[in-house]
Design a protein around this ligand. Structure first.
Ligand code: ZN
Length: 412
């Protein structure tokens, strides 16, 4: 009992930081990733062969084979890291299996030239000041742009076009926030990121329009270049950097918005996104939509862990008809399309912003509170701007502190 409780007071998070390996260390990292791939391929062979012969083979079996595996340079990689390679292989095997079960056409698992991550789980790493020390690799400087909290359980090293990163997996204590007695329904959208049942609209960053135009131009330019040529690679790199920039920007933004929600509301009602996407799937998908959709799940994951940590409740609500129902009288307007930005009720005559209407229905569906919308007042628009950090209602405008009030964490 004691143990279970102890566990319940903690929550797992990830913190991502940029790291700066020296050239020498970078070479070691890359070499480790290549050796990982060799181990991965060898184990994949073992699994394939066993299956060909009709033998059962388990993750434990392949893990036990690791120490006798003859791979050049194997001892240059920390042994537990190789265990994680084994885990990754089996994870890939089961993902493939899941896809097959769903009727998707899938090929075989491929051999790898390099693995993209090095996973130190439980041991083989140490943090000293701004240095990360990895067994068999050495010291790497970390840019701790936000403080690292909690007890570090593992570190994943990752390479991307914009450089090297360390993702720290930590366990932190829950920090219950004071009760607010307030509940809210929120509508997530492509037009506006969030519309709340309190009438607050949180816009999507305008910066997307600009970025989308640039991405399109780069994509066009890419299509005219010869694949594999130097110019092609140059444009491809620019494109990847731009995508990563958008991702970072959006992550930051979502952190602010979800922190604000968790600080202000004890119960937060949201649509169940899996279902929502199905509902909206028939609509054409622009790049903008694609980017935003991919952010809904990020939004949910940030919101969930922050709420869990703060002792708040997040409840998922069936999204069907949340847009089509009149929040005032309950009439269901079947012919409402996504293009209709105003919900106007043919039965009771209520006319209101469609997303606001939806947020009221979400609150109603989740909380069971009576169908009685707040007085119609102008929606409070919160635009995305450079000053986004301090412009949220109910937050102090003086100190856009980094860290401090909100758990400043990057997850995933
Ligand atoms: Zn109505």
């Amino acid at each position: 009992m004691w143990r279970a409780k102890e566990k319940n007071d903690k929550i797992q998070l990830s913190f991502k930081y940029k790291i700066y390996p020296t050239r020498e260390v970078e070479e070691k990292l890359l070499r480790a990733m290549q050796i990982e791939a060799k181990v991965y391929n060898a184990l994949l062979d073992v699994v394939n062969n066993a299956r060909k012969e009709g033998k059962t083979i388990t993750p434990k079996d392949t893990q036990n084979m690791l120490k006798d595996l003859k791979i050049e340079g194997k001892d240059l990689v920390y042994s537990k890291v190789l265990q994680m390679v084994n885990n990754q292989l089996w994870y890939n095997i089961s993902s493939l299996h899941e896809l097959k079960k769903k009727g998707k056409k899938v090929g075989k698992l491929r051999y790898k030239k390099i693995l993209k991550i090095i996973n130190y789980n439980q041991s083989g790493f140490k943090v000293e000041g701004d240095k990360l020390i990895l067994s068999k690799i050495g010291e790497i400087r970390v840019l701790f742009h936000r403080p690292l909290e909690g007890e570090v359980k593992g570190v994943i090293i990752k390479k991307s076009v914009t450089g090297w990163y360390a993702i720290f997996q930590v366990e932190v204590e829950k920090k219950p926030l004071e009760k607010t007695g307030k509940v809210v329904g929120i509508d997530l959208g492509v037009e506006k990121l969030v519309t709340t049942s309190d009438g607050v609209v949180i816009e999507n960053p305008k910066v997307f329009d600009k970025v989308e135009r640039r991405i399109k131009i780069l994509q066009q330019s890419l299509s005219t270049k010869k694949k594999g040529s130097r110019n092609y690679e140059k444009v491809r790199e620019k494109l990847a950097k731009l995508h990563e920039h958008v991702k970072d920007l959006m992550s930051d933004y979502i952190h602010k918005v979800t922190s604000w929600l968790v600080e202000n509301y004890g119960g937060i009602y949201v649509e169940d996104l899996g279902v929502k996407e199905m509902v909206e799937d028939s609509e054409s998908k622009t790049l903008r939509k694609h980017i935003l959709h991919s952010n809904f799940s990020k939004f949910m994951s940030y919101l969930s862990y922050k709420a869990e940590r703060a002792g708040r409740r997040v409840v998922k609500v069936d999204p069907r008809n949340t847009s089509k129902t009149c929040a005032k009288c309950g009439y269901v307007k079947k012919d409402l399309t996504l293009a209709d930005r105003i919900f106007s009720c043919p039965k009771c005559g209520w006319a209101v912003d469609r997303d606001y209407n939806a947020s009221l229905n979400i609150l109603h569906a989740g909380s069971g509170l009576p169908l009685e919308p707040v007085d119609r007042r102008p929606l409070l628009h919160i635009p995305f701007s450079e000053g986004v950090y301090s412009k949220f209602p109910g937050r102090s405008r003086k100190s856009p502190s980094r860290g401090g009030d909100a758990p400043s964490v990057r997850a995933g």
